[in-house]
Design a protein around this ligand. Structure first.
Ligand code: SF4
Length: 176
């Protein structure tokens, strides 16, 4: 069977974003993956129990996703609510979904407090970003998955081809 890939549901056109919208990634590679039966769509924030729409949320200023997973920092919604538990639950559910599907690769929407893997918002709700991962991306990367952002679909495709051939590179392609 072809190697499978966990993909942020919003990149597939599912209207699951905080604002009720999606972020469809319209590329031939993704359409081919779907035709090949590789794609496992997943929204960690929905899986963690958050509604659509929902207030935007950010990892608190100065903290990172590893600290959230360790219970040492919080994810806060714009209305002030502590949504850390939902974010951590969503990250664990994403890892279970990846394992159940046998996916060793993920293509995740960058900039999200769950799915971001090169940058996330800085916690001040003013649009600024800082380098870092979201909570789900951190959990998947820590478990050894190769995590790519939506602009790296070609690199993710090469990874999948290598997985099909049984020749996975020794280490993930980059660190944030
Ligand atoms: Fe998309 Fe991830 Fe946000 Fe869900 S949590 S809407 S999949 S970026």
């Amino acid at each position: 069977a072809p190697a499978r890939v966990l993909v942020s549901a919003c990149l597939l056109g599912d209207a699951v974003r905080w604002d009720g919208g999606h972020q469809r990634l319209d590329t031939a590679v993704l359409r081919r993956w779907q035709a090949e039966g590789r794609v496992v769509g997943f929204c960690p924030e929905c899986a963690g129990g958050l509604p659509v729409p929902r207030p935007p949320a950010e990892i608190e200023p100065g903290a990172d996703a590893a600290a959230v997973l360790a219970g040492r920092a919080r994810v806060l919604a714009h209305d002030g609510r502590d949504v850390s538990a939902a974010f951590v639950a969503g990250a664990e559910a994403a890892l279970r979904a990846a394992h159940e599907a046998g996916a060793s690769v993920a293509l995740l929407k960058d900039g999200s407090p769950s799915c971001g893997s090169t940058c996330v918002h800085d916690g001040r709700f003013a649009g600024a970003t800082v380098p870092g991962r979201g909570v789900t991306a951190e959990r998947l990367a820590a478990a050894g998955l190769a995590v790519f952002v939506e602009t790296e679909v070609a690199a993710a495709d090469r990874w999948l081809q290598a997985a099909d051939g049984g020749t996975i590179a020794a280490s993930p392609p980059r660190e944030p």
